[in-house]
Design a binder for this molecule. Structure first.
Ligand code: PLP
Length: 375
């Protein structure tokens, strides 16, 4: 059994992916070929925003968004304590201070009440300027944007949606990557929509921001590449990656998002009376980057992981260390405790999950979990 079976996906989509890659090689338009623009148009339409700017990876996408707002030394940016390192890393990379916010242990996402408390703590101290909040759509589930938007407006903060794991998710009839003033995603192979290397994208409705992002993506170009009007990066999406993503986006829209939700429903049906299964709030749709259960404590979690391993069932611990406990951030001021994030690090376990998962495999995983917990 594979944790995320990219081979099975390739076997299913092989004719269209192979033809799409071959067309790029035949044309030799390896950088900024027409497939890149076509992909950006399709992604913007699917997400429901005006502009999509693809880039080299999801980390650059976050960095470029922070550059847009000129976030740097003296600024506070609020990030969830339970996330992948890049969310906080990019804030620190720009010289700003990541302020860690505790999460809701049922949704794994930033707790809006804790966000407001963290903002107030920073304001009370008076040393940093609160500038932005970076909610993460963890494991595929959009963060609580209606509540977070209200708080962001109250304190004049920008919202940067880190949708690296959230592509395809929804709140009501709105798609993930449309909830931020700027939103980003990643096409790392194991993400809900993955390419065959590194890739990322930035989404915005703002024409000026889109123009700025297109400039810094190519060395701060002005009217053309060799006129440079600001300091930027080299952060383009390769044409070959765009060519891989075009047929994969089609499959994602036509059947994969539905299939992965079917797999999640099957897991939940079999496991809901056995362990803490992931919670999707009313009106929300997850794209299931991960299917993550919660155990009673570390001992039980680690024991279950070992038991699954003996049956050759791969699992992952996303995430074993919360942000404020990462070595590079220890000693940084913690404006509030993050007990929920710390507890999750000890109790979470992510199970094999992807759109091509067989019902029989889901049953084997569920039975193994049941057997272990009833011993
Ligand atoms: C994967 C990920 C990123 C970074 O994306 P890369 O394409 O790997 O640079 C950022 N934030 C979150 C939450 C992620 O899961």
């Amino acid at each position: 059994m594979q944790f995320r079976d990219l081979k099975k996906q390739y076997d299913t989509l092989k004719p269209s992916i192979d033809a799409s890659i071959a067309a790029v090689i035949n044309s030799t338009s390896f950088i900024s070929g027409p497939q890149v623009k076509e992909l950006e148009d399709r992604l913007a339409e699917y997400v429901g925003v005006k502009h999509c700017i693809t880039c080299a990876n999801g980390t650059d996408a976050l960095t470029m968004a922070l550059m847009t707002w000129d976030i740097g030394p003296g600024d506070a940016v609020f990030v969830p304590d339970f996330t992948f390192f890049a969310t906080a890393e990019t804030v620190a990379f720009e010289g700003a201070v990541p302020v860690f916010v505790d999460v809701d242990d049922a949704t794994f996402n930033m707790d809006p009440d804790k966000l407001e408390k963290a903002i107030q703590a920073v304001l009370d101290e008076g040393k940093l300027t609160p500038r932005a909040v970076v909610p993460v759509d963890l494991f595929g589930l959009p963060a609580s944007y209606p509540e977070i938007r209200r708080i962001a407006e109250k304190y004049s903060l920008k919202i940067l949606e880190d949708g690296a794991q959230g592509f395809g998710g929804m709140i009501g009839d709105k798609r993930a990557c449309s909830f931020g003033d700027i939103s980003t995603t990643s096409f790392f192979p194991a993400k809900p929509l993955g390419c065959y290397g590194d890739g990322g994208a930035i989404f915005t409705d703002d024409d000026d921001i889109a123009a700025y992002l297109k400039s810094i993506r190519v060395h701060g170009k002005g009217s053309y590449k060799y006129e440079n009007i600001r300091v930027g990066l080299n952060s383009r999406l390769d044409t070959i990656q765009a060519a891989v993503l075009l047929p994969k986006l089609q499959a994602f829209q036509e059947h994969e998002l539905e299939q992965v939700n079917g797999a999640a429903a099957a897991y939940t049906e079999l496991l809901k009376d056995v362990v803490n299964t992931p919670m999707v709030p009313e009106g929300y749709l997850s794209s299931w980057a991960q299917y993550t259960i919660r155990l009673e404590n570390r001992e039980q979690r680690d024991g279950l992981q070992a038991a699954l391993k003996t049956r050759e069932i791969p699992t992952m611990i996303y995430y074993p260390i919360s942000m404020h406990r990462q070595k590079v951030f220890t000693g940084m001021k913690l404006y509030q405790e993050c007990p929920a994030a710390e507890r999750l690090c000890e109790t979470v376990l992510s199970l094999p999950m992807h759109p091509y998962m067989e019902k029989a495999d889901i049953e084997i995983v569920a039975e193994t979990i049941q057997d272990f917990l009833m011993r």
